[in-house]
Design a protein around this ligand. Structure first.
Ligand code: NAD
Length: 273
């Protein structure tokens, strides 16, 4: 209930928004963060980084067992409102409040509109788009009571680039981008910032599993590296640092933005020498 929330929200940040460097960049001591999909890839790297910066980190994932030390798992399916509501309530009870939500759980989808059926559309949009809305809605009553509230959504370069065989996935991430803008304006006066990162091709199980469909995954991986302007895929840690910045009080005047972490994939037009 509302009164439970008022009495239980006790989190306080140890940082000043005018700090000019006396605190480690991105210091998150005293803040509680939820990371969905935090058991693997970008989410796991982000969870570890937020914990290293001093945050209490709750990982909400289908597989929340066997997490590294310092991370606390809450088994959650972001496609179920019941599961999400229960997990968010459990986190709030565990930590006394919620300051940061990283909406990162997501799945890939391959195929054209002719190849993907209604079930594919419903499944992917349910996880990638409605999942973001469900977790945000459940956490907002807590975020409003935080002095340093932030939501960071994991979008993708697919939101704003035509990528072959990714119509459904791109549509889901386009929706995440629009949702970021919509939530940012709706909650700016609540003191809740909402931003997203747009990763390019990141070397995670998401990509390794995709490469298994090829006869020679190693050759395909090398080709994928070569297609990046930088000559290599993005690391999960590089995305984690961008997320941690947007989530931190140092980004206190940044809301409604998309930060590209794509090795230049979206804007650089280079040809192999
Ligand atoms: P990953 O497959 O390594 O991790 C995804 C995590 O989400 C897993 O731990 C999985 O258990 C969890 N998850 C899946 N469905 C869930 C559900 N219904 N409820 C709760 N948890 C669920 O993937 P990743 O590469 O780290 O991707 C993370 C995010 O980054 C996704 O949103 C993805 O779309 C996005 N992204 C990835 C790349 C990339 O190249 N890897 C690029 C751009 C964006």
């Amino acid at each position: 209930t509302g009164s439970d929330i008022r009495t239980a929200a006790t989190s306080t940040a140890a940082i000043s928004t005018t700090d000019a460097g006396t605190t480690a960049p991105g210091e998150l001591a005293g803040l509680t963060a939820i990371v969905t999909g935090g058991a693997s890839g970008i989410g796991l790297a982000t969870s570890r980084l937020l914990a290293a910066r001093g945050a209490r980190v709750a990982v909400l994932d289908l597989n929340a067992d066997g997490l590294p030390e310092g991370l606390t798992g809450f088994t959650t399916d972001v496609t179920s409102r019941e599961s999400v509501d229960a997990a968010v309530a459990a986190v709030a009870e565990w930590a006394g409040g919620i300051d940061i939500v990283i909406n990162n759980a997501g799945v890939s989808a391959i195929g054209t509109v002719e190849a993907n059926g209604d079930d594919d559309w419903r499944r992917v949009l349910d996880i990638n788009v409605i999942g973001v809305a469900r977790v945000s809605a459940a956490a907002l009553p807590w975020l409003r009571r935080s002095a340093h509230a932030a939501i960071v959504n994991t979008c993708s370069v697919a939101a704003s680039n035509g990528i072959p065989d990714r119509a459904l996935y791109s549509a889901s991430k386009g929706a995440v981008l629009a949702l970021t803008y919509g939530m940012a304006v709706d909650h700016v006066r609540d003191g809740v910032r909402v931003n997203c990162v747009r990763p390019g091709t990141v070397d995670t199980p998401f990509v390794s599993n995709y490469l298994k469909r090829y006869d020679d995954p190693a050759a395909e991986r090398a080709a994928l590296d070569a297609r990046q302007p930088t000559g290599r895929m993005v690391t999960p840690e590089e995305v984690a640092h961008a997320i941690a910045y947007l989530a931190s009080p140092f980004a206190s005047s940044t809301t409604g933005t998309a930060l590209d972490v794509d090795g230049g994939l979206t804007t650089l037009r280079i040809r192999p020498l």
